[in-house]
Design a protein around this ligand. Sequence first.
Ligand code: ADP
Length: 218
Amino acid sequence: MKKQFAVIGLGRFGGSICRALSEQGMEVLAMDKNEDRVNEFASIATHAVIADTTDENVLKNLGVRNFDHVIVAIGEDIQSSILTTLMLKEVGVKHITVKAQNDYHEKVLRKIGADHVVHPERDMGRRIAHYIVSNNVLDYLELSDEYSIVEIKVNELLDGHSLIDLDVRAKYGLNIVAIKRGREIIVTPPAEDPLQKEDILIIIGADSDINRFEKKVM
Ligand code: ADP
């Protein structure tokens, strides 16, 4: 059976989740209290309804508890976001993802049992900071407070060296999990092969170790 999603709040964030889920062929119920927003998604989502989700009866009548995953993407209105999340939890929705506006909002959401709290502006800001500081860092994904995955471009310093030469596991405690070479992805990179300029190394490890490696090879 197809997974069923509901998205509450069709601003930039919720709207883009709704579009992406629909493009992937998922069943999506799109909800917003604003009629214009709902009309915009009428032809994109499986169903689009005008609903104020801070009203418990509205949520019950829509059968929200039957959805596999509900995304709460109410932006500015923190009170509505918290109340909606609380009621989704109460009716027994299995999986709830909520967008937080700030750290206090996040704290409350976690307390009331949101399964996944996202902070898109903060996270994107951090991610972008990483690749504007260093020309060789192409992307950066935070796994936890301490661990990340980074994509680092092979420059003159690394060009021609093999993974054995670099020995990042022993020297930095890092793992090179894959190499992107043009359109190809090498998932278990042979340790003896020389790296080529423009290869992209996908590296996993502790942030402090990644920083040491970046400083050494940049
Ligand atoms: P973004 O920063 O993602 O663009 P917005 O604040 O613009 O976020 O969008 C949030 C959306 O959530 C708006 O379309 C707003 O109408 C909707 N929204 C706010 N409160 C409620 C509510 N109680 N029930 C349903 N939708 C709501």
